[in-house]
Design a binder for this molecule. Sequence first.
Ligand code: GDP
Length: 297
Amino acid sequence: MAFEGLAERLQGSMKKIKGKGKVSEQDVKEMMREVRLALLEADVNFKVVKQFVKDVRERAVEQEVMESLTPGQQVIKVVNEELTQLLGGEQSKLNTAQKPPTVVMMVGLQGAGKTTTTGKLALHLRKKHNRKPLMAAADIYRPAAIKQLETLGKQLNMPVFSMGDQVSPVEIAQKAVEQAKEEHHDYVLIDTAGRLHVDENLMGELSDIKEATKPDEILLVVDSMTGQDAVNVAESFDEQLGITGVIMTKLDADTRGGAAISVKAVTGKPIKFAGMGEKSDALEPFHPERMASRILG
Ligand code: GDP
């Protein structure tokens, strides 16, 4: 389950203070020492942890909190609010084009879950928003990537645009957008190539696709299980390509959750969706507030 280990630790740290009718600065300090350790063990970026602890401590020892009728609960409320902020604050929705189709580039490293997530997002748009997406197969390098998307398309009864692997990804992306216009699709989801590492060739190609299709969204798909590596990948993609949001996959299997907690604070880019399983319907819009409440119990 997502954040299970972290949730248990944090809830344990806050237990003592929760019911207290009187809270001292020392109580807050002790609780935050444990919270700090729990976050670090969950692989949250250390700078993010430091700032978080500082912010909570400052707010938690304010007079209004300490002298309220239920100071223990007020302190917990502060932790909840600050964690919500850390996770992105308000829910961040998909950008949409003023004139359809909305062009979405799906980018990320191999194995992160990009192709699966492209299918999930298409299904989400159709099921929850009654949209008519077109998926485009622009990963011409990984053997069977095109086939994977086509198979997914068949399973979901979702159209897939492909031109094989002998045409440049830029051309595939452009033609996909043209076709989407002609056939009145309101979204085009371009499944781009991934590599094992962030490299110049990959970034060059993605920049060319960006230039050619002027996407409304560039969504980076990252594997939350890879912890701070996922955050570093997000930083690199954002610096070199510019991303508009993150989709955090495999959160269902990530008991630590360090990547999900750090990525917005480190990159400034919001998590828009979370992958919660292998099935095609296991994609959830990311709600910072709900996620914080889930973690803090
Ligand atoms: P790509 O190389 O980035 O296109 O990765 P794939 O889409 O082929 O996915 C790699 C693996 O991750 C597959 O086995 C997927 O089923 C799995 N996967 C993707 N998203 C999730 C998720 O949210 N949860 C879990 N448990 N597995 C996922």
